[in-house]
Write a protein that binds this ligand. Structure first.
Ligand code: NDP
Length: 274
C-alpha cells in the first residue's frame, strides 16, 4: 500500500520537497507519494488532522508553522525539544511525533558534502530566528573551538546563547561585536538574503581558508556570499545542500532508509542554474 506524506507551509507551491522525496522514493524502492499542501495561516492544526484522517503517515513543516508543529506534537525528539521547533511530523494511531532535521541537515552538508569538518573550528552563526535556534545544538555537538551568535537585535542572540549555555559557553552580540575576531565558518541564518540585503559585517572576520555558508539558496550568488567572496572567504556554499540533507534525514526518520542525497542535490543544482 502506498504511504502518503506531504510538506505543509504557506506559501508552499514553490517547495522543492515533493521533487526531492520523489527521487528518494524511486531510488530506494519505497512505495510513497509526497505532495505540497497549503495550510491556511489560521488552519494549520485542522490541515494536519485532515491529512491524518485521510491516512497520511507524516509531514514536513515549513514557514511559518514550525513552532505550531512543535506545540501540536504529543511527543518530541530530543533535538526538536532543543530546537523549540518541528520540521518533521510522524503520525501513528495514537500520536503525533515531532522531530527537527534542519540541524542534522546543515551539519551533514558542511561535513560530508563540502568536506569541511567542524571540530576545532571557530564558528560564527548570523541570526537568532527559528533556523538559527534549530542548528545550535547540532553545531555544538561537532565540538567546535567556539560558537558566536551575532544578530541585528543583540538581545535575541544573547537569549539564545543563554538557552544553550548548559552545552557550551556561547558568545553573543550584534554584528559590530564580531569586529577584531576571525572565524573559520560563518553561517548566515538570517533572512536578509531573502530581501536581497547584505549584512553589515565588519571587515577581516573571515579567517584564511574559511567557509561562508548561506542557508538561503536560489539562482545566482546571494548578497551574503557576494560579501564573503569580497572579504576573502575561501569556500562559498548556499543552503541547497542543507535542504536536501534535512529531507534525507526526514526520509530516514519515516522509512528507516537513508537515501543517497548526492545525485538528488546534483539534479536540483542543475535545475536551479537553468
Ligand atoms: P526568522 O524569521 O525566524 O528569523 C529571521 C532572522 O533574520 C532574525 O535573526 C532577524 O533578525 C534576521 N533578519 C531579518 N532581516 C534582516 C536584515 N535585513 N538584516 C539583518 N538581519 C535580518 O527566519 P528563519 O530563521 O526561519 O529563516 C532564516 C533563513 O534561513 C531564511 O532565509 C530561510 O529561507 C533559511 N532557511 C533555510 C533552510 C534550508 O534548508 N536551506 C532551512 C530553514 C531556513 P532580528 O532578530 O533582528 O529580527
Amino acid at each position: 500500500m502506498t504511504d502518503h506524506y506531504c510538506v505543509l507551509g504557506n506559501p508552499v507551491a514553490h517547495s522543492r520537497s515533493p521533487a526531492i522525496h520523489a527521487q528518494f522514493a524511486a531510488q530506494s524502492g519505497q512505495d510513497v507519494v509526497y505532495e505540497a499542501l497549503l495550510a491556511p495561516l489560521e488552519g494549520f492544526a485542522d490541515t494536519v488532522h485532515g491529512f491524518i484522517a485521510a491516512g497520511g503517515k507524516g509531514a514536513n513543516v515549513t514557514v511559518p508553522f514550525k513552532e505550531e508543529a512543535f506545540r501540536l506534537s504529543n511527543r518530541l525528539s530530543a533535538r526538536a525539544e532543543r530546537a523549540g521547533a518541528v520540521n518533521t511530523l510522524t503520525f501513528t494511531a495514537d500520536e503525533i511525533a515531532g522531530d527537527n532535521t534542519d540541524g542534522a541537515g546543515l551539519v551533514r552538508d558542511i561535513e560530508a558534502n563540502l568536506g569541511f569538518p567542524l571540530a576545532g573550528k571557530r564558528i560564527l552563526l548570523l541570526g537568532a530566528g527559528g533556523a538559527a535556534r534549530g542548528v545550535i545544538a547540532p553545531l555544538l555537538a561537532c565540538k567546535p573551538a567556539g560558537l558566536t551568535i551575532a544578530n541585528r537585535s543583540a538581545d535575541k542572540a544573547q537569549a539564545l546563547a543563554e538557552q544553550f549555555s548548559d552545552i557550551a559557553a556561547v558568545d553573543a552580540g550584534n554584528f559590530a561585536k564580531t569586529a577584531g575576531s576571525r572565524f573559520d565558518v560563518i553561517i548566515n541564518a538570517t533572512s536578509a538574503s531573502l530581501a536581497g540585503e547584505a549584512l553589515p559585517l565588519p571587515a577581516g572576520i573571515f579567517a584564511p581558508g574559511s567557509l561562508a555558508y548561506d542557508m538561503m539558496y536560489g539562482k545566482g550568488e546571494t548578497p551574503f556570499l557576494a560579501l564573503a567572496r569580497a572579504q576573502g572567504a575561501a569556500h562559498l556554499a548556499d543552503g541547497l545542500g542543507m535542504l536536501v540533507e534535512q529531507a534525507a534525514e526526514a526520509f530516514l526518520v519515516w522509512r528507516g532508509v537513508r537515501p543517497d542525497s548526492r545525485p538528488v542535490l546534483a539534479a536540483l543544482r542543475t535545475q536551479l542554474a537553468a
